[in-house]
Design a protein around this ligand. Structure first.
Ligand code: CA
Length: 219
């Protein structure tokens, strides 16, 4: 999942970036409204965490612009002010959810999980394919009743392929979902993660389309 974090507070922004990356998101961090707008024009994001009080372009202006562009990313707004008008205006302008500062990182991550579920039209929190079950909330994968030990990137990759079951994901798409700005990507990293997933889950689950990408076919 690629996520744009828009937060001008350096300390909070840095903490959120680290926490969200540990939770498996590919995080880009914009520190003002203008930088955020540029990122949104050049990258596709699944989720946007948006502080309302921003320099250059305010969060609310950005939100209205974003929805005006017809972008479907899930948007969660952050507000320091516990004022009802602020939140209502944000929700009316197209935000999907909000949190009031200060908030708990675990709560933010839980809200984001719910948001991406709603956005992809998936009702159940569990993703299943044959004997394989992925639980995004518990960050767990089981093969039958056996727990499968996956790295954060392997988990993120499997999660993405299962969310888009039956639809081919290109290598570029997978890379952009797994790595944020400034994170080093080895040229064969996706192949390596796929290789590990196959060793752990069997060869037949993920199909390679040579020169294009990968797909998990519907069972
Ligand atoms: Ca702010």
């Amino acid at each position: 999942m690629r996520l744009l974090l828009v937060e001008d507070d350096a300390l909070l922004g840095d903490g959120l970036r680290v926490g969200l990356r540990q939770a498996g998101y590919a995080v880009d961090w914009a520190q003002d409204g203008l930088a955020a707008k540029l990122s949104l024009q050049t990258e596709e994001y699944d989720l946007v965490v948006l502080d309302l009080g921003l320099p250059k372009v305010t969060g609310l202006e950005l939100l209205r612009w974003l929805r005006g562009q017809g972008k479907s990313a899930g948007i969660l707004i952050l507000t320091a002010r516990d004022t009802i008008p602020d939140r209502i205006t944000g929700l009316d302008a197209g935000a999907d959810d909000y949190l009031i500062k200060p908030f708990d990182l675990d709560e933010l991550i839980a809200r984001l999980r719910a948001l991406s579920r709603r956005n992809s039209g998936i009702v159940t929190p569990l993703l299943q394919h044959g004997a394989i079950t992925l639980d995004p909330a518990a960050h767990q994968v089981k093969n039958g009743s056996d727990l499968v030990d996956l790295s954060a990137r392997e988990f993120a990759l499997l999660h993405l392929l299962l969310l888009h079951m039956g639809r081919v994901q290109t290598r570029d798409q997978l890379e952009s979902h797994l790595y944020g700005w400034g994170e080093e990507v080895e040229s064969n990293s996706i192949e390596v993660h796929i290789h590990h997933l196959r060793k752990k889950l069997g060869n037949s689950l993920i199909r390679t389309l040579r020169g294009i990408g990968y797909v998990i076919d519907k069972p």
